[in-house]
Structures are given as structure tokens and as C-alpha cells.
Ligand binder design. Sequence first.
Ligand code: C2E
Ligand code: MG
Ligand code: MG
Ligand code: MG
Length: 284
Amino acid sequence: EAKARGRNTYHFFSQDLNDAAKEKLQIENHLREAIREHQFVLYYQPKIDIRTNVVIGYEALLRWVRPDGSMIPPLRFIPVAESTGLIVEIGEWIIWEACRFISRQQSRGHDVTISINLSARQFTDQNLAEVVERVLQRTGARADKLIFEITESMLMGDTDAAIAQLNELKGLGVTLSIDDFGTGYSSLSYLKRFPVDELKIDRSFVKDIPADTNDMDIVAAIIAMAQKMNLRVVAEGVETIEQIEFLKNNACYLVQGYYFSMPRAEQDLYNLSYQPLLIGAAEL
Ligand code: C2E
Ligand code: MG
Ligand code: MG
Ligand code: MG
């Protein structure tokens, strides 16, 4: 009995591993095809100044549109792209596309920023700053309109290398932001050593406001700390008017979330139905 069960367990286990490996290989092949066939598209989520309801920028979020029209969310394929190294090529395309977006916005007279998520592999790439510099030159996008989002975990490990990379990027005149802030393990003394400009409070702390008073305390503490350290602070995942009120009362004025808009294709940014938002009229 035990032996049979043991064999079964082993069988199921190896079967699962096999399936996982197979799925990974399948995604990897599909990713190569996606690059070749131009199946990636950037969606854009507005970042709003809630004092004025002005759109001050957008976050670029990657979408993979399969030939059948289905859309695959980034968390399903970015880990595979990361582990196979394909993310470097995809990431370079993202930088080009986001900078072309910015230069189109500039020519419409929209003074907005674009935030790009960097993956760990991209962030440790020695050529990153060089690529960014070239793209800025070729597209005419203004460096001070470009924001790179990294996560706390990318700053751990080899901190000297991380600081060197951040300084190289900062040297180009771009802005640096810590995404999903509060979910990692960065200590305050670390934070002070990194030349970053912005913190994005993770959605997990925002979503249960105002029901969860612990989360409200955490968010208020992050906002206060950011102010003390002279960092800009952005709240992610804002979905309700109560959350907006709470953030306003705590002097956090920059927000992203479904309350204002889901990420949208570029052509859909200009017919936001909820209200006629002003675009890019405010200074950061
Ligand atoms: P992130 O950078 O923290 O992006 C925020 C995610 O929260 C996005 O999911 C966005 O659609 C979602 N979101 C925004 N507002 C709300 C809200 O009010 N409620 C809820 N429930 N969700 C909201 P998405 O687009 O699926 O991206 C997930 C993650 O995938 C991103 O998290 C980022 O880590 C990664 N990612 C997305 N695009 C890229 C990319 O171009 N490059 C890299 N390296 N990673 C990317
Ligand atoms: Mg992000
Ligand atoms: Mg993230
Ligand atoms: Mg985030």
C-alpha cells in the first residue's frame, strides 16, 4: 500500500515537473515567435495628480496579444522571459516603444512622463544605460520624462553594483522609482544610499483602505518617511473615492488605479469616459 502510494506520489511529482518544464519550453518558443511576429504591445495607465485631476504621466505595461486575439498578462510570461534571457531583447523594445510614445506626446504638447518597469536581468545588464542613451537620442524623448521602476529585491544582493547602475542611469537625467514599495526587505539605511527619486506604495497596502487600520498606518508612515527623505510618493491600485480621500488627507497626491483608469491601448487614452482629464499641464 505504502509502496504503491509512494510510487504514485513519485509518478505524480515527476509528471508535474514534466508538465511545468514542458509549459516553460512551450512559452519560450512562443515568446521567440512573439518577438518575431511583433505580438507585444504596450498599454498605458495614467498617473494622476489628485489635487488637480491632471494626468502627469503614464506607466507602460506590457501585453502579449496572441494571433487569436487573446491577451496574456505579463506575470504569466515575464518570469519565463526573464529566466531565458529573452527579457533583454523584449525590454529593449519596451524602452524604444515607450520613448517613441513620449516623443509623440511631446509633439501633441502633452508634457507627461512615462514609467517603464525594469526586470532584474535588464537591471544588471551592463549595456542598459548605453541603450537608454541611444534610444533617447534617436527618439528625441526628453530624459527627464523617463522614469525607471525597479523593485527592492533588485537592490539587494550586490548593492555596490546596483548603486553604480542607478548612478549611470541618473547620469542620463532619468528618474528612478522603487515599485511595489513595502513588500521587499530594504532597510531605511539602504534606502538612503540609493539615488532614487520616487516610491510607489504597493497596491496590497492600499486595497483594504479604509477597512484595515493597520494598512492605513503603514501607508501614512511610508508617506511621512518619503517626505522626510525628499522622495516623491505614488499610491498604486487606487480604486475608491475613500482611498483618494485618505491619500489626500495624508498628503499623497500622485495616484494610479482603476478608480481613474485601467491600463489602455494608446488610441484609447484620449476617450476616457469618466471625465475630461487635463493632460500634462502640471509640473511635478
Ligand atoms: P506593477 O509594475 O506593479 O504594475 C501594476 C499592476 O497593477 C499592473 O498589472 C496594473 O494593471 C495593475 N493595476 C493598476 N491599477 C490597479 C487597480 O486599481 N486594481 C488592481 N487590481 N490592479 C491594478 P499588470 O499590467 O498585469 O502587470 C503586472 C506586473 O507585471 C507589473 O506590476 C510589473 O511588475 C510586471 N510588468 C508589466 N509590464 C512590464 C514590463 O514592460 N516589463 C517588466 N519587466 N515587467 C512588467
Ligand atoms: Mg510598475
Ligand atoms: Mg512591479
Ligand atoms: Mg507595483
